[in-house]
Design a protein around this ligand. Structure first.
Ligand code: ADP
Ligand code: MG
Length: 700
């Protein structure tokens, strides 16, 4: 029996942040600081700066104009200030009773009616003032700052913070830093202790822009861990063997597939095809990311790589994140390869037992040269005869463990299959380097010819009626429309009710709409909670053109390909990341017809927020270039959010920036092989400290 106490919400939240070990807590650094070390006089306060005052309440009232609010006046002997609260409890009213002395913290705004603080925090006056700045940590819901502060403090006290830099090397780095006019580097212990509790005399700017010597030390540490780990993966991969898949000349599957395609390859497709072929011809496993904008034609590149693999007599697997996407790949590849005599197996979690058994037999005997499917491919039961190439589509939607599992499907002594990952969310090379231990990148930077660019419009939700009219027009011309419902964070149930409601509203609004061919106008609904058979039925009806409008919750099926769809409406577009919008938008503009994307944004009761959202969305109307959009998205959201929660959990760099910390990076690059070869125990300790259990994962 276990006597472990059940975890509290706060403990669970700590784990969610990845803060399990003492060292993880010690390395969880503040986002910013609050200065509670001093009390200032109102008369000395400059506008719009956060301050702490102590004053006596001289007046209190609840006003109802323009809306309900608590108004409190305080006086500290030098001046008065009005505190305003738009939401408040009775207990707060009591604490702010006239005559009480209070300590108030917030941002003072001067104005026509005198100084004001909006929603300040407050407590009774008096009591000790802290001697260090108060850290404010990155956190998640359910994890209060106070709890987190305590946890970090005790983690910091317990963690082993001894140096892992090679003896003598710190001096070398110190010297370089000094030569470049920086202050000497601090020890890890000093740096951490300072960053968690800096003295109030520090320049906040150097803390915020990470130029402070304490930050320099941490960045050097982090970069070193990254470099060691990358070096380890590179060395490890170089020691692994992979089947050598030599492209064969003439009369082969690869050549026949090329000849059978209804189009010629773009230059970019040719180029990346060659990069991939070259990798596969080597004895060490390929580890390559193929990135290309939506519609750039990654599938055919994958098919050609598969053909080389099959030409050499080995099996190939293609894994996609959703069943619908996998099925689309399956159909497309079947269409290309079946006429050429290739047997393709299909694997998904939902197929019937009998069919599944038949497929497993085909795969194990090697009769199926190509296997297409979902996560089902990586289950234990699936035994390949001789898997040599694993392709993962939309790789960012898979977890690391899943990618590793696919690589482990080739149990041939010490051999691994070649790995090709594909993504439509292009990442800048420096970012790729900081997120993947060891990865080569190929980029499709050219779209196939003859595409009509998608026209994107940013439209206020208040003009919904006009959008409905537009949908009618499309339907009457026999075209099809996607309507994407907003993402409601953390609540699938809400997502669903929202989509269901929108579906009903649209059905009503589109009553009396007609199709050119006289068929009834059908409006479908697709959401993540539906049974897969129902999803397929809806998707099938839409693909076949029976359904005119498809209402769908967010990103459930990013790769779908319905060329007759010419209009996409995205509701509450302000809730999406730009790259996500770009991917969604890529569902239209796949055929010859001119296509459009309408980004509906809602201002709600916050017109200013709405204005900011519109500004951001304008980028979508300005460019169709996924790389440019990714760049702007990255600027706005930062790498963690940009790559999605799953990947940010794997992020190697939290503090350092490969683009700007070049001096430290150069140092880390030189130091990594030295430490690894001369002081392997220090290198191991360093990587464990910084990457914890993640190091193994980062190889995937
Ligand atoms: P993505 O890169 O988004 O996965 P797809 O592989 O689905 O793109 O390709 C999009 C469409 O473009 C498909 O219908 C595909 O057959 C077509 N296509 C791919 N390459 C070419 C090309 N070189 N010329 C014309 N059409 C192409
Ligand atoms: Mg694709």
């Amino acid at each position: 029996m276990s006597d472990a106490k059940p975890k509290t919400e706060s403990q669970k939240a700590l784990e969610k942040l990845g803060l399990r070990r003492d060292i993880d807590l010690a390395l969880h650094l503040p986002l910013r600081y609050e200065d509670e070390t001093r009390i200032v006089k109102l008369i000395d306060v400059r506008d719009s700066t956060p301050v702490q005052i102590e004053a006596t309440v001289t007046h209190q009232e609840v006003s109802y104009r323009p809306r309900r609010q608590l108004i409190v006046t305080v006086d500290d002997g030098t001046d008065t200030c009005t505190l305003r609260f738009f939401s408040f409890y009775g207990s707060q009213q009591k604490a702010l009773a006239v005559g009480n002395k209070v300590r108030v913290r917030g941002e003072v705004k001067g104005g026509f009616l005198g100084r004001t603080m909006l929603h300040p925090t407050f407590k009774a006056a008096g009591g000790d003032l802290p001697t260090a700045l108060t850290p404010v940590y990155p956190t998640v819901a359910g994890l209060p700052q106070a709890y987190l502060r305590k946890a970090v403090l005790s983690g910091l006290a317990r963690a082993d913070l001894s140096d892992t830099f090679a003896p003598g090397d710190l001096e070398w780095l110190q010297h370089r830093q000094h030569k470049n006019g920086h202050q000497p580097l601090w020890t890890l212990r000093d740096a951490l202790q300072f960053l968690h509790h800096p003295t109030p005399d520090v320049s906040l700017d150097t803390l915020m822009d990470h130029s402070h010597p304490a930050w320099q030390r941490l960045k050097a540490e982090e970069l070193l861990a990254q470099q060691i780990s990358q070096l380890q993966s590179r060395r490890e991969r170089a020691s692994l063997k992979a089947p050598q898949l030599q492209a064969v000349d003439g009369g082969t599957l690869h050549a026949r597939l090329l000849a059978a395609l209804p189009f010629g390859l773009t230059n970019a497709q040719q180029r990346v095809g060659e990069e991939i072929a070259k990798d596969m011809a080597r004895r060490i496993p390929m580890h390559r990311l193929l990135q290309g904008d939506v519609g750039a034609g990654k599938t055919v590149v994958a098919a050609l790589a598969a053909a080389i693999c099959m030409d050499a007599g080995w099996q190939c697997a293609l894994m996609a994140p959703t069943e619908i996407l996998a099925e689309q790949h399956f159909r497309k590849l079947l269409g290309w390869l079946e006429p050429l005599g290739i047997t393709t197996a299909w694997l998904t979690g939902t197929q019937k037992a009998k069919e599944r058994r038949a497929m497993l037999a085909l795969i194990e005997s090697g009769e199926a040269q190509l296997v297409v499917g979902t996560h089902a491919i990586i289950q234990d039961k699936v035994k390949f005869k001789n898997l040599a190439l694993a392709i993962i589509d939309e790789q960012h939607r898979f977890g690391v463990a899943q990618r590793l599992a696919l690589r482990n499907k080739l149990h041939h002594e010490d051999m691994e299959p070649h790995l090709l990952m594909m993504t439509a969310t292009p990442i800048p090379r420096t970012l790729a380097m900081s997120y993947y231990a060891d990865l080569d990148v190929s980029t499709l930077d050219e779209l196939p010819p003859g595409r009509t660019p998608i026209v994107t419009k940013v439209v206020n939700d208040a003009r919904r009626d006009e959008v409905i009219e537009r949908i009618r027009a499309q339907i009457s011309q026999g075209r099809q429309v996607y309507w994407v419902c907003p993402l409601i964070e953390e609540s699938e149930a809400l997502d669903l009710s929202n989509a269901t409601q929108t579906h009903a509203d649209l059905a009503e609004a589109l009553q009396g709409a007609t199709r050119a061919d006289g068929q009834p106008v059908l409006i479908g609904l697709l959401h993540s909670r539906m049974h897969v058979d129902d999803k397929k039925a809806v998707m099938g009806a839409f693909t076949a053109g029976l359904m005119s409008v498809l209402v769908s919750t967010t990103v459930i099926e990013v790769g779908v390909d319905v060329p007759n769809a010419s209009l996409m409406v995205i509701e509450h577009a302000e809730r999406f990341g730009l790259s996500q919008l770009h991917q969604l938008r890529g569902r239209v503009g796949r055929g010859a017809a001119a296509s459009a994307c309408v980004l509906l944004y809602s201002t709600g009761d916050a017109p200013r927020l709405g204005e900011a959202a519109r500004e951001r969305l304008k980028a979508m109307a300005e460019t169709n270039d996924g790389f440019e959009i990714a760049r702007r998205d990255l600027e706005i959201r930062g790498p963690g959010e940009f790559l999605g929660a799953r990947q940010s959990g794997e992020a190697m760099l939290r503090f350092a920036d490969l683009a700007t910390d070049t001096e430290l990076l150069d140092w880390a690059k030189a130091e990594a092989p030295m430490l690894l070869d001369t002081y392997p125990h220090l290198a191991a300790k360093h990587v464990a400290r910084w990457l914890g259990g993640k190091a193994e994962f980062l190889k995937a």
